[in-house]
Design a protein. Structure first.
Length: 369
């Protein structure tokens, strides 16, 4: 029997359905830091542009350092890197999934701060952007503009905070980018902002080319994955996730939304488990297509009880609609539901193969336990 590969764009998990395969790779949840017995030592940085404090253990990136390779790759607003810092736990696959940086821009003759900002954002159209704050701000005595917004990339979302300041005929952008569930981001970010001192008489700007975005997704290292295969699917999955075969009663997930059919395989994140229930999970469900039905009809009917019980809202990803998975027509629904205090970000991908429909459900609690 010939085998065709089916690849999905999100980095979640590699799936093979029957004789085909679907590739999805979830980003691994970072391992928690060991319990500290003392607070990290505070260090001080200073050059001819700025000075600030930061916790011991952070990595400093000097001007123009190509290692300051920030993610998401398609959200880079240009400018000349003046200084950057990141904790090693924020760096995965040689990329910074959370970061703090300062970028410089010249102001062309006849232009101003607002025009510089607008030009930067126009070059990078943001998909599924959720603006949380947009207002004037004062940093180190300088009046400027602050924008805080969230964007989705793959299964996770990123909170970006840009602070734009005008100084000595140029513009400084303070960039604070936080991946969801990043370890210990807010404390270093607050220390950086509260201690920041911008020097007078800044040296001239020497712009360097902005690195081009990586054209393809960062591959998931084989050393961090394990293979799985049964008579229906085969895939690679990240080490550290728990895997359950069909019918295993120990695989309990939440929210308890059921689409019917048979769970072919399930994966649970051990860092999101409580009361023997997974609050972050991935599962593949197989459903037979009723005679005379089609994928769209099954899709619509499946969510009627969900709408009655949970009143779903648009999720952070907000990417509902048809998608193509390696040439196969599929439907995707991304949504948020509330049950008790936490919210849950849910993502379902419906793929038809012959007279069978496979549903890949990728669900996570909005905040870790």
């Amino acid at each position: 029997m010939n085998t065709r590969s089916i690849k999905y764009l999100a980095i979640l998990i590699t799936l093979a359905i029957a004789c085909n395969s679907v590739t999805l790779f979830p980003k691994p949840t970072p391992s928690p830091l060991p319990t500290a017995t003392t607070a990290p030592k505070t260090l001080h940085f200073e050059n001819n542009l700025v000075s600030f404090d930061y916790p011991e253990g952070m990595r400093i990136f000097t001007a123009g350092d190509p290692a300051f390779n920030t993610y998401p790759f398609d959200i880079r607003l240009g400018g000349d890197l003046a200084i950057g810092l990141a904790h090693p736990y924020w760096i995965k696959f040689d990329s910074l999934y959370s970061s703090i940086g300062i970028f410089r821009y010249p102001i062309p003759p006849g232009s101003n701060l607002e025009a510089t900002m607008q030009a930067a954002y126009e070059k990078v159209p943001l998909q599924n952007e959720i603006v949380e704050k947009s207002s004037p701000v004062t940093i180190d005595g300088l009046s400027g503009y602050e924008k805080i917004y969230r964007v989705a990339s793959g299964p996770l979302w990123y909170t970006l905070r840009d602070i734009w300041l005008e100084k000595d005929n140029g513009v400084l952008r303070l960039s604070l980018s936080e991946e969801a569930y990043a370890i210990n981001f807010q404390s270093p970010a607050d220390m950086f902002i509260n201690s920041l001192d911008i020097k007078d008489n800044l040296p001239p700007i020497e712009l360097k080319p902005t690195p081009e975005p990586t054209p393809t997704s960062t591959p998931f290292p084989s050393s961090m994955s394990l293979p799985f295969e049964n008579d229906v699917v085969a895939f690679d999955y990240p080490k550290g996730m728990d895997i359950y075969t069909a019918g295993d009663p120990a695989f309990v997930y939440y929210p308890d939304i059921q689409f019917g059919g048979e769970v072919v395989v399930g994966l649970g994140d051990a860092s999101f488990i409580a009361f023997d229930t997974y609050f972050r999970s991935i599962r593949i469900t197989r459903l037979p297509m009723p005679p005379g039905s089609n994928l769209e009809a099954m899709f619509l009917e499946a969510y009627r009880p969900v709408e009655t019980k949970y009143f779903p809202q648009n999720g952070v990803l907000d990417a509902n609609g048809p998608v193509t998975v390696a040439g196969l027509a599929a439907l995707q629904k991304t949504y948020r539901v509330y049950s008790g205090e936490p919210a849950y970000e849910l993502r379902d991908i419906w793929v038809q193969k012959g007279d069978v429909v496979f549903v890949v459900s990728i669900w996570t609690e909005d905040q870790p336990r």
